[in-house]
Design a protein around this ligand. Structure first.
Ligand code: URA
Length: 244
């Protein structure tokens, strides 16, 4: 079995948002960091970085935060933004404050608009992020769209055609699947992640999306009992579902 990588304790805890290296040294000197219940005073000591480290290491009596890489599934609420460039509360504010200081940083995997709710993934694993958003992977995303006007029956064929050109773009959209739920509600499954894609697709048919919610990404489905703003860490089995 491959040996686990090692890190100095001060470097590791600093990269996990516990403070600068000198902050971590100060916390240790105060006897607040333990490994196997033994107080760690020398933070220059190297330790193996393994996923079960939080079982052995505690800070202020609490299990260490998860060591990376991590993947988070969140029920994004309406009114929060995925980008620091937009105004409003950020989805990152829903995570523990310390996690915002982690290096590598946690980013959203793709984005949902401020006025879109539903399944959002976040990760500090750059390679995974690129695999999920790569157009070559064709990861399906299913949205439930509520519409201002009734469907006219032509949308399904247009979206499936692979010929729909959104305004201002020069490459047609890949085929997408529309399933009407009612006259004014539809499930739309797309494999791309273009800017405001679903809203612009319905706008191209003369309609208007009044509510948008993402229910599925790959084989991951937003759990019905997960309330807006709630999140959970995914394990390896969950992560593999993304590409199913
Ligand atoms: N399409 C949109 O229009 N908005 C989203 O948030 C996601 C897909």
């Amino acid at each position: 079995m491959a040996k686990a990588p090692t890190s100095r304790i001060d470097k590791l805890l600093s990269s996990m948002g516990y403070g600068s290296r000198s902050d971590v040294a100060r916390i240790a000197r105060a006897g607040r960091i333990t490994l196997d219940a033994v107080k760690i005073r020398d933070v220059t000591k190297r330790i193996p970085i393994t996923p079960d480290l939080p079982v052995y290491m505690k800070v202020d009596g609490e299990a260490l935060d998860p060591v990376g890489p991590m993947v988070i599934l969140m029920h994004k609420p309406l009114g929060m933004t995925c980008s620091h460039k937009e105004e409003g509360k950020l989805v990152y504010d829903l995570l523990p404050a310390r996690w915002q200081r982690r290096v590598p940083a946690i980013s959203t995997i793709g984005r949902l608009d401020k006025q879109t709710s539903g399944l959002l993934l976040l990760t500090d694993d750059g390679a995974l992020l690129h695999r999920v958003i790569s157009p070559k992977r064709l990861v399906e995303k299913t949205y439930r769209a509520t519409l201002a006007r009734p469907l006219d029956g032509t949308e399904g064929a247009l979206f499936a055609s692979g010929g729909l050109l959104l305004s201002g773009e020069d490459k047609p959209l890949a085929p997408a699947l529309l399933e009407a739920v009612t006259e004014t509600e539809a499930l739309l499954t797309v494999t791309e992640g273009r800017y405001h894609q679903v809203r612009r697709m319905f706008a191209a048919t003369g309609n208007h999306v009044t509510a948008l919610h993402r229910e599925r990404l790959g084989g991951l489905i937003l759990p019905e009992d997960m309330s807006p703003g709630a999140w959970k860490l995914l394990d390896e089995a969950d992560i593999s579902l993304i590409f199913q």
